[in-house]
Design a protein around this ligand. Structure first.
Ligand SMILES: *Cc1c(COP(=O)(O)O)cnc(C)c1O
Length: 478
């Protein structure tokens, strides 16, 4: 049975109202799209728009859209398809949102990356001697200064840093880790899986809540390649607990002649308590405690691009760099330029919060965010229309990326509630996601929360301009 035979007579008439592709292509709107995206892409998008309209008619929609409307819908499809990674407003209240790309880079880092894109750079070239250089040379000095470690190297991300260390020191050997530290960090980073892929045999010691020095000592033998300590970044074990501190564990590992790797996860270069945040161990402290290797992320609390740092003893870092996997995990010139610029900002801690967006957002005081919410509320309410009530309401932001998991920050959100059904709220959230510059909030307790912590003052006007585009976008969301 063909689809046409299934149709009732009125339905068929209905579908015949749909314009042909050629008729839509002939509109001035489609002409503009052809100019911008080319004929093939425009024709394809128009076809999809007509297919969608046909589906909607079959599902009971009363009237068929006209040619100009179909061209506009095709235009929205083309715009969305052309830039899947277009900028959006992160109003989720999670500062380092892994799904939204974590840290925003400092201006200096953006400029450095752009320069490295446009121009040749001395990536592996020693300007002093005119000989071949190392790509790690650019960051080694900075990382040594900022962490107190002897040597340093950089790879794609912290997962890669841990993988590379395990593979270098525990391939075909044993890697000793406490049961209380066998973490999963969202997505696919599960420590036991990383160990297996690194070729290490995992030896678990202790129990979920308690691990003692003797547990480690008993597990160490001639097959041991590495001892691992993992910062349990996204959860905390409380109550009847015991773990072995890094300093004591470093001594135990040293006595057995195997390196201790301390995976800090977020790893900050500064004591963040001076910005009103909870104290996290700094990288410098972890190095001073005696771990031979310390790993941490570039795009968590550090506020740079995605990267994984390995700092520690020179001989061990040299071994890491000789591992052929290093080549597969290395970082390109754009990111190296951005990392170098970001690390340079840390040499001037007094001005860091003004320059590093991550720190600026984390350090924002609630009074400041609340004032912004009250200032923006009327304009946002006007743009969302009569179907919604908009109020300023207290909420709590999160650091995100598993950093400081129990330490939420007092913040203020614009709280959007529908006057009518809950469906209106879901339709609004969908329409906000469909904007040319999407607005991403959080739906909870029957309201849409737009936490303003990550909205810079310079982004206020662009946000209101985006919301002003809602009309068209919201009305044709089914
Ligand atoms: C986040 C995290 C990782 C993974 O770091 P990425 O940079 O996301 O690859 C590894 N270990 C710990 C403890 C972490 O918190």
């Amino acid at each position: 049975m063909s689809p046409d035979q299934r149709m009732t007579q009125p339905e068929a008439t209905h579908l015949r109202q749909l314009p042909a592709v050629a008729a839509v292509l002939a509109t001035p709107e489609a002409e503009a799209l052809r100019e911008r995206y080319g004929r093939t892409a425009t024709t394809g998008a128009i076809r999809l728009a007509i297919d969608d309209a046909r589906e909607a008619l079959r599902a009971g929609e009363a009237t068929a859209p006209g040619v100009a409307e179909l061209a506009r819908r095709a235009g929205r499809k083309l715009a969305a398809g052309a830039a899947g990674l277009r900028p959006l407003f992160n109003l989720t209240g999670t500062v380092l949102h892994t799904n939204l790309g974590r840290a925003l880079l400092a201006e200096a880092a953006v400029e450095a990356a752009v320069d490295a894109m446009r121009h040749a750079v001395a990536l592996e070239y020693d300007l002093a001697t005119g000989m071949r250089g190392e790509r790690d040379d650019h960051l080694r000095g900075l990382l040594r200064e900022l962490t107190g470690a002897e040597d340093a190297t950089v790879v794609n991300n912290n997962a890669a840093a841990v993988l590379l260390c395990l593979n270098t020191f525990a391939l075909g050997r044993e890697a000793v880790v406490s049961r209380g530290e066998l973490i999963e960090i969202g997505g696919a980073f599960r420590l036991p899986d990383i160990m297996a892929r690194a070729g290490a045999r995992m030896v678990e010691v202790g129990t979920t809540n308690r691990t003692h020095p003797a547990d480690y000592r008993d597990a160490l033998n001639e097959r041991t390649g590495i001892v691992l300590k993992v910062h349990t970044s996204n959860y905390r074990i409380q109550g009847f607990t015991a773990d072995v501190g890094a300093r004591e564990l470093a001594a135990i590992a040293d006595a057995a002649g195997v390196p201790l790797l301390n995976d800090l996860g977020s790893g900050s270069l500064l004591d963040l308590s001076r910005y009103g945040l909870a104290r996290e161990p700094t990288v410098r402290e972890a190095v001073a405690e005696g771990a031979r290797l310390v790993t941490f992320s570039g795009d968590k609390l550090l506020g740079g691009p995605q990267a994984g740092f390995i700092v520690g003893d020179r001989m061990l870092i040299e071994q890491v760099n000789r591992n052929p996997l290093k080549r597969a995990l290395r970082v390109d010139k754009l990111r190296l330029a951005a990392i170098e610029a970001t690390l340079n900002l840390y040499r001037d801690p007094d001005r860091l919060a003004g320059r590093l967006p991550t720190l600026r957002f984390l350090a924002r005081r609630q009074a400041d965010i609340a004032a912004q919410a009250h200032r923006l509320r009327p304009a946002v309410a006007e743009r969302l229309g009569d179907a919604f009530v908009v109020e300023a309401g207290d909420c709590r932001s999160q650091v995100g990326s598993g950093a400081l998991p129990l330490d939420t920050l007092e913040s203020t959100a614009l709280l959007v509630r529908p006057r009518g059904s809950q469906h209106a709220l879901e339709r609004l959230a969908a329409a906000l996601r469909a904007l040319p510059r999407p607005v991403i909030g959080r739906v909870a307790d029957g309201a849409l929360w737009l936490d303003l912590r990550c909205l810079d003052e310079a982004d206020e006007a662009p946000l209101l301009a985006s919301l002003a585009q809602l009309g068209a976008g919201a009305s044709d969301t089914p």
